[in-house]
Design a protein around this ligand. Structure first.
Ligand code: AHG
Ligand code: MN
Ligand code: MN
Length: 344
């Protein structure tokens, strides 16, 4: 085994693929393509504040490239780079109303890729961490008959999922079913190097992450859950609150430190805000493979079968014990209802 400290993302995935002697290499090269796209997006993200300076007079910057909103840019990079070697037959993105078929001249088109090209985009102008989320499914239909059955698969059927966080450093985190691993971009050599092998999320959360500005629009049960997270369920006391407003960054911190991220339904958004296919499901897969859990308040996110690409879902994800407790409380019709008292 080569020195782990000098493993880049492709070589590490290749090592893990050795467990599957029949693998064609398509999957490894696809993850390599995603990592490559992430480097291009990372470069642009770090120049975000310069866009006005470099491209102030019109629609183009000093290279003569069109200045685009970073979401559009990230989306265009993903579409162009991912699956360019024929591994992918279909892609869907938060930025596209409809999925796109990939023209496969050579290659097997074995995979379907879904992504949120830039997550947390309201934070861009404030220089706060943002991310990219991706999911990889296996094509189910014959190439000639690709359709909803290939795209609308439950998270349980994911072959791989991951995210990139553009923060104080750029990190690529993914699971291919053999643990969750993190790779940090070394800007000097332009490689993601294995830095966080086999990440495990602490069993119980010490941090809760939720937009408390929405409290007036929550159900009584959700309000009571957050109150108990804050004041303490046990004598050990309450938790710290941390909320960035970028799902990837909030999730990443909770994964490393032990925490729970909540985006509950509100009276204005009864299905919640976040999207099942390209936000909730991939992070749910990572959470479960790291020993955590993700719920929509009723059951595992990974068991939900999407009805449409942009479907929303409530999301509770992070440390297993805490998310399980939230799910249990939400399943109790008397919880949070003042008429019944708030017992658990
Ligand atoms: P996106 O930037 O991809 O549209 O996602 C934004 C999401 C997510 O990143 C974050 O957790 C959430 O919006 C924050 O929502 P609030 O501003 O309502 O808290
Ligand atoms: Mn998002
Ligand atoms: Mn987005």
């Amino acid at each position: 085994m080569p020195n782990k400290n000098l493993m880049n993302v492709e070589s590490h995935i290749l090592e893990m693929q050795r467990l599957h002697p029949s693998a064609s290499g398509d999957f490894t090269s696809l993850l390599g393509d995603i990592a490559f796209a992430a480097k291009i997006i990372a470069r642009e993200v770090t120049r975000a504040g310069l866009v006005d300076i470099l491209g102030s007079t019109g629609a183009s910057n000093v290279q003569g490239e069109t200045v685009q909103k970073l979401d559009d840019y990230a989306n265009a990079v993903m579409l162009k780079v991912v699956g360019r070697r024929g591994q992918v037959c279909l892609m869907a993105s938060e930025e596209l109303a409809d999925p796109v078929r990939v023209d496969i001249r050579e290659g097997s088109g074995k995979y379907v890729v879904v992504f949120d090209p830039l997550d947390g985009s309201s934070n861009i102008d404030a220089n706060v961490s943002i991310g990219t989320i991706f999911s990889i499914y296996r094509r189910r239909s014959r190439l000639a008959a690709i359709g909803d059955a290939d795209l609308l698969q439950p998270g349980r059927d994911l072959v791989a999922a991951g995210y990139v966080v553009y923060g104080s450093s750029t990190m690529f985190v993914n699971t291919t079913g053999h643990g969750v691993h993190g790779y940090t971009l070394d800007p000097g050599i332009g490689e993601f190097l294995l830095s966080h092998e086999n990440i495990k999320i602490p069993f119980a959360a010490g941090i809760y992450s939720v937009n408390e500005g929405n409290e007036p629009r929550w159900s009584p049960a959700v309000r009571e859950i957050v109150r108990r997270l804050k004041y303490g369920r046990q004598e050990s006391g309450g938790m710290s609150a941390r909320y960035i407003g970028s799902l990837v960054a909030d999730f990443h911190r909770d994964l490393l430190y032990g925490g729970v991220f909540l985006y509950p339904p509100t009276d204005r958004a009864p299905e919640g805000k976040l999207r099942l296919l390209y936000e909730a499901a991939p992070l749910a897969l990572i959470a479960e493979h790291a020993g955590g859990y993700a719920s929509d308040g009723r059951g595992p996110i990974l068991d939900l079968v999407p009805r449409e690409v942009h479907q929303r879902t409530p999301l509770y994800v992070g440390s297993r014990e805490t998310v399980m407790w939230i799910e249990k409380m939400l399943g109790d019709p008397t919880f949070g209802d003042p008429a019944f008292g708030a017992g658990d």
